[in-house]
Design a protein around this ligand. Sequence first.
Ligand code: NAP
Length: 243
Amino acid sequence: MNSIVLVTGSSRGIGAATAKHLASLGYAVCVNYIKSGIEANKVVTEIVNNGGKAIAVQADVANEDDVIGLFKSIDTGLGQITHLVNNAGILLPQARVSEMSAERINKVLTTNVTSYFLCCREAIKRMVNGGAIVNVSSAASRLGSPSEYVDYAASKGAIDTLTRGLSLEVASDNIRVNCVRPGFIETNMHADGGEPGRIERVKSIIPLQRGGKPEEVAAAIAFLLSNEAAYITGTFIDLAGGK
Ligand code: NAP
């Protein structure tokens, strides 16, 4: 059976590293993005130039109609999906809970939580011969991110619970659901949170004394998707330098 994977939010950062790594392992990859079409197409070009197969599809994964369209594009462009990496996520500028509007909280929750549910739903419908899902959560779900983004941390707490509940729900269908919890990874997400130099500021309190690389997260995701992890479901790999 050919391995066909959707990596949501794979125009840059952890998603792009994961898309490229999975393509190098033989997966046909759907590269999803919302705004960065040029970057997404660069990821596809790199994969194709290295002998792999990939398509880029623009879709807001927080929008139900867009998600339905995204999966239809995979059906026609690549075939029946076998693997899913729920990775797309946002961080809004650092704020205390006492300053957060309902609009902000809902944007974080729909982008970081509703999207994962919708993509799981569409993938599971198609995984009639089994499959594997990896959700990208965050160390923030354990640490809480006080005075920075408790809304984001809470959205990742929901992903931990989704992982556990869904893994039990679909285990007898031979669909495995696991989770990675990165922290302090060198991507542009920290700039979106208003502090591009965040990792430099906090690295002395990270036991391994450095930020992580997107490729290090991609390797853990690839392991959890692979047959080497065939007896692993409902579990978490923490990638936060020991924090
Ligand atoms: P990033 O560099 O900011 O990239 C985010 C990706 O998500 C981009 O490809 C972006 O697409 C896409 N995206 C955002 N909203 C979307 C939407 N509504 N629909 C479709 N795509 C959307 O982020 P990252 O640091 O690689 O983070 C990836 C995942 O890891 C996130 O779930 C994040 O919470 C998690 N994580 C990151 C860290 C870290 O330290 N970096 C730590 C823990 C967890 P466009 O480029 O088109 O906007």
